[in-house]
Design a protein around this ligand. Structure first.
Ligand code: ARG
Length: 268
């Protein structure tokens, strides 16, 4: 494989590369390798997957399009990197395995970089910082980890770092931890009076409070929870793709586009 020719071909296609978020998945562009071009010279389209249940990073608009910070950022990176992408909405549970199965090539989904996850996937440079926080209905007195321990049910999304954080406090097998498949389901249970608190990423909880100010929820910050960084994940051996993503991310930061996208979603 002549990589310099491949990358020139890819660069030449930059102008035509960006694929709209609503573009249907093309099964002919089956993933599974890091090859930037297929045999006939057409640029490969990378499948980018996310669990679009996590606003403002990814959610589905009323017309079914996947939108959010991660989509805008990934579009900007793809443009800078000269790669063609298409988006897929994927359940959170099992999303990491879709890289190894070859169903997807890139995951951007508010994914926290952790040492365990680094064993099976490669991560880009960090692109966002959060920490775990607690969302409670106003009046629910949770100010510390100790207070969290006194509650009977704490909701998390299965397999998230919020799940891990809750386990650290309440115990790995604690019956107090109520696990849900997605963030909207945890929030619904909290609103219905099921769980008394939820543990999730600060930027997502803050966004929920901003959107639902009148519904009387508040965010409790616990100093014991460490900071976390989001990264874009690819297969461990897709070094060429990872380098392109990192270069793209750097250009998006240097050009000021990152800041523009940031203020679109996180304006005060
Ligand atoms: N940052 C957390 C984690 O990596 C939660 C991510 C959930 N993302 C999503 N799109 N549902 O575990």
């Amino acid at each position: 494989m002549n990589w310099s020719i491949v990358s020139k071909t890819a660069m030449g296609l930059v102008a035509a590369t960006l694929v709209a978020a609503c573009q249907p998945h093309d099964p002919a562009a089956k993933a599974g390798s890091d090859t930037a071009a297929s045999g006939n010279g057409a640029a490969k389209t990378y499948n980018v997957a996310m669990n679009a249940n996590f606003p403002p990073f990814e959610s589905t608009s009323t017309n079914g399009e996947i939108v959010g910070f991660d989509v805008d950022l990934m579009n900007a990176i793809a443009k800078q990197a000269g790669i063609k992408i298409t988006y897929k909405n994927q359940p959170w549970d099992g999303i990491f395995q879709t890289l190894t199965s070859g169903d997807n090539d890139i995951l951007i989904s508010g994914i926290t970089i952790t040492p365990e996850r680094k064993e099976t996937m490669a991560f880009s440079d960090p692109y966002f910082e959060v920490k775990q926080v607690i969302l409670v209905p106003k009046g629910q007195d949770v100010k510390s980890i100790n207070d969290l321990n006194k509650l009977t049910k704490v909701g998390v999304t299965t397999g998230t770092t919020g799940d891990t954080a809750a386990q650290k406090i309440l115990g790995t097998t604690s019956p107090k931890i109520a696990r849900f498949e997605s963030l909207p389901l945890v929030i619904k249970d909290l609103q219905d009076g099921g769980v008394q608190a939820m543990v999730s990423d600060s930027a997502v909880v803050a966004n929920f409070i901003k959107q639902n100010g009148d519904k009387g929820f508040s965010m409790v910050e616990v100093p014991d929870f460490p900071k976390e960084e989001y990264g874009i994940a690819v297969r461990k051996n897709d070094t060429d793709l990872l380098n392109k993503i990192n270069d793209g991310l750097k250009k998006v930061r240097d050009s000021g586009e990152y800041d523009q996208i940031y203020s679109k979603y996180f304006a005060k």
